[in-house]
Design a binder for this molecule. Sequence first.
Ligand code: PEP
Ligand code: MG
Length: 296
Amino acid sequence: IANEAEAPCSTKLRTADGAEISLSINVNDLSDIIGIDHAGIEGIGLLRTEFLMSSAADIANEDRQYGIYRQVLEWAGQKPVTIRMLDLGGDKPVPDRDGTSFLGLRGIRLLLARPEFLRIQARALLRSAVHGNLKVMLPMVTLPSELEKTVTIFREELTLLQRRRISHRMPPIGIMVEVPATAIMLDTFGAAEFFSFGTNDLVQYLTAAARDNAAVADIYTHAAPAIFRLLEHTVHIAATLGAPVSVCGDMAGEPEYIPALLRCGLRHFSLAPAQLAVIRSQITQLNADGTMAVEK
Ligand code: PEP
Ligand code: MG
């Protein structure tokens, strides 16, 4: 994929009172980055790999995955590309079986239950890491042991690649914060190298209102005060751990929520490319505490 932007990196985005803010993009499909000028963005904050694979055969195909990840990393140059491991289950279909529930085997739970798929994806990621600035993100993490087991599998696969003399690199591994227990207990996830709030799921699990059920949409959308209390609490813990924290749920692309996200101390947002322009211009008109800047 040609990157049409060879222009030098544009000046940094800042709030009206000078706080630095970074905007990255969420990518669901390779077509999402065609024609995107990466000069104005931090990188890819979330690549949802489940939409890149439409069959069990695709999930089992290490070389196909490696080829796709390499293409995206090369497009991004040295900018960070956060690739999320398969988040199958819940609202996303699982090839070769009926979907699983939002509260069942989903995301990292499903991968740890089917470690052959985890290992294939880990190898494809380890191999692709030499082609750019890769970060790997785990979905639906609830327990520190899920992170530890996954890191162990990455290390085992790395040793195998080493033995086979296949070039590879260990990427930083971070987690989605989208389960309330994970947010509350964030201090127990010191092994994570970065955090990203998945507010789409965090809201649904916090309110017990499914994200895809129109009958409870009102409860889901009016959860903002509860979610912001939780975010504020969690951002403080992340700061004590010294790990970077971002938001990649849809809230990061919705102007009505940006002031409150800033007030919680959040500075890194990953959003759909279509929302970049509106959020960029909004941020220049706000102060870092989320208040409107007074025009001089
Ligand atoms: C989220 O839950 O907010 C998120 C970004 O992940 P997804 O929407 O893919 O579940
Ligand atoms: Mg999610």
